[in-house]
Design a protein around this ligand. Structure first.
Ligand code: ADP
Length: 364
């Protein structure tokens, strides 16, 4: 049973317990109303009788029970109206708050100080649900802002340079070098847009996926070697040396998905390496897990950056902004979740970074 299932089971047990306690509270309240109504009736009856307000003719075996029953019903109803408010008022507030949430107001919260303890639990559940919804809404807005910004910037740039070239068709004011530069920028920005769209599609696909399909058996070390070859253009351009220490390991998973993880981690290690730097990739079995370490001796990260690297669209360094879109590690994180893998990062500004992935043993 995984952690989220255990949490859900625990939550269901808690709710069942709350419901049982609520039922007990309700039963005790009914009992309290009945006993109180009986006691009030008896007290009123004794007082009125001792003050001679009740004529002896009313004490006949037929009239007495009728008077007692009617009095009990009267006092019981009055008590029920009063006590019922203790139950009804918080529930009314809960219904109104639910309606607010339905209309999109995620700021609404309820007081957790009602007289009945179990209703407080209900209010607490509602408040934590509202907290979650508010956080999701904030995250969604943030995502949409970043998303539009990331798309808009290259589009505005492409439009600007394309217009300059259009104008030049009539006025012929640009030099050959300028024309070449502008078309280069347009091609570069179009590439960036294409990369961004494909990253967004990949991330959305993995986020909507709950189970991993198309699992096959393959050699992990071989897969990492192939990824290194795929990135040859990048590491040769930066004169980066790639050192491989790979144990032969067979693994069973969606091959394409895992390859994407190495591609993003290795791509970053190369991108953030100094010119002429070294990237070390190790893959070995450790304590029953399969451990892959990707270490670079590049610029490293500050503590603050480390906390945010897995956020969508987060990029710390403006000088590398054009080379990425801040989605690479968000994709890595999602793949790791689907693979039940753990990722740890160690980094020191100016010294380098190591990403370590611990994959669970493959299930055959
Ligand atoms: P990007 O497209 O910018 O590479 P990622 O999601 O892959 O986006 O990475 C997010 C940020 O994490 C990067 O902009 C960078 O600041 C930081 N980062 C990731 N990997 C490394 C690394 N190996 N060394 C230094 N910083 C890194």
């Amino acid at each position: 049973m995984n952690d989220s299932m255990k949490d859900r089971t625990r939550e269901t047990k808690k709710r069942m317990h709350s419901l049982r306690s609520l039922r007990t509270a309700y039963t005790l309240l009914v009992l309290l109303i009945l006993v109180s109504a009986g006691l009030i009736t008896a007290s009123v009856y004794i007082i009125l009788y001792s003050l001679d307000f009740i004529p002896p003719s009313a004490l006949t075996p037929l009239k007495l029970p009728v008077i007692v029953i009617i009095s009990c019903m009267l006092f019981g109803t009055l008590l029920a109206v009063f006590v019922g408010k203790l139950f009804i008022n918080p529930l009314r507030r809960l219904i109104a708050a639910n309606e607010e949430i339905r209309q999109g107001n995620f700021k609404v919260r309820l007081s957790e100080q009602t007289v009945i303890g179990e209703l407080n639990n209900l209010m607490r559940s509602f408040n934590s649900m509202a907290d979650e919804l508010e956080a999701t809404e904030l995250f969604r807005n943030d995502f949409i802002n970043s998303f539009s910004h990331e798309f808009k910037t290259p589009i505005v740039s492409i439009r600007g340079f394309a217009r300059q070239l259009q104008r030049d068709n009539e006025k012929h004011t640009l030099t050959d070098a300028q024309r070449r530069e502008y078309t280069d920028i347009i091609a570069y920005e179009a590439d960036r847009l294409a990369r961004l769209s494909s990253n967004i599609l990949t991330l959305t696909k993995f986020e909507n996926q709950q189970i991993v399909t198309d699992k096959t058996e393959f050699y992990l070390d071989e897969q990492i070697r192939r990824t290194v070859l795929l990135l040859e253009k990048q590491w040769t351009a930066r004169e980066v040396t790639i050192e491989l220490k790979l144990e032969e390991i067979r693994y069973n998973f969606n091959e394409e998905m895992l390859a994407q993880m190495w591609l993003n981690l290795l791509g970053n290690a190369i991108k953030f390496s100094h010119i002429g730097g070294t990237v070390l990739v190790r893959c070995r079995k450790k304590n029953g897990f399969i451990r892959v370490d990707i270490s670079d001796s590049g610029e490293g990260m500050e503590e603050e950056t480390l906390h945010r690297i897995f956020d969508k669209f987060y990029q710390s360094d403006s000088s590398h902004k054009s080379e990425g879109n801040g989605l690479g590690l968000a994709i890595v994180k999602r793949i790791a979740e689907l693979a039940n893998a753990e990722i740890t990062v160690k980094s020191e500004a100016g010294k380098g970074t190591t990403f370590s992935v611990s994959l669970p043993p493959a299930v055959e």
